[in-house]
Design a protein around this ligand. Structure first.
Ligand SMILES: [Zn+2]
Length: 184
């Protein structure tokens, strides 16, 4: 497909907790061989002709979804997480039957719809956690903020990986942040 690009990965991915669950088959849905990594940082080495806003050498990130149907209302409104045909970056199966392999691969072929440009000054280890844990925390904070200029109070339950990023993002958005570190 012309919108695809090849991204070289250099073991700069991070392993989030879902990766660990899938590596151990704790969700009872793992298909082996499994290559984890749903917080993918990479450098573009080759582009399809339809990719216009990116070029070779750009740094890009990919989160937990590698593909969806490309035509339903969820996809067209950038809510592809609700597409019934979405394909996860790890432990998924493409339409031709091949397995998806995550960011610990040496290279991936991905579609432009599912990558974001990573600023050059952002280090891989800073950028990668934003692509799953970070966006998980960002999405509800952004939704509740919704253009409001009132002081909003944000509660973070648990200061783990997602919670840590939740505090960072909420503070940057201007929330008054409370953390319940006793929540498990
Ligand atoms: Zn769809």
């Amino acid at each position: 497909m012309e919108g695809r690009m090849t991204v070289r990965l250099a073991a700069k991915d991070t392993t989030d907790h879902t990766d660990l669950h899938q590596m151990r088959n704790e969700i009872h849905s793992t298909t082996y061989p499994l290559v984890p990594g749903r917080e993918v940082w990479g450098e573009i080495v080759e582009l399809g002709s339809e990719v216009k806003n990116l070029k070779a050498g750009n740094k890009v990130g990919l989160g937990c979804i590698a593909w969806s149907c490309g035509e339903c209302s969820s996809f067209l409104s950038k809510l592809e997480q609700y597409c019934s045909k979405k394909i996860p970056t790890v432990n998924g199966t493409y339409q031709d039957g091949t397995l998806t392999h995550g960011g610990f691969s040496s290279a991936m072929v991905v579609h432009q719809s599912f990558v974001v440009r990573i600023p050059e000054k952002l280090a891989p280890e800073q950028a990668a956690p934003l692509l799953c844990a970070g966006v998980t925390a960002y999405s509800p904070l952004k939704q509740f903020l919704n253009g409001s200029n009132k002081l909003l109070r944000g509660g973070i339950l648990g200061l783990g990986g997602v919670g840590h990023l939740g505090v960072t993002v909420a503070k940057a958005m201007g929330y008054h942040v409370t953390v319940d570190k006793l929540f498990h």
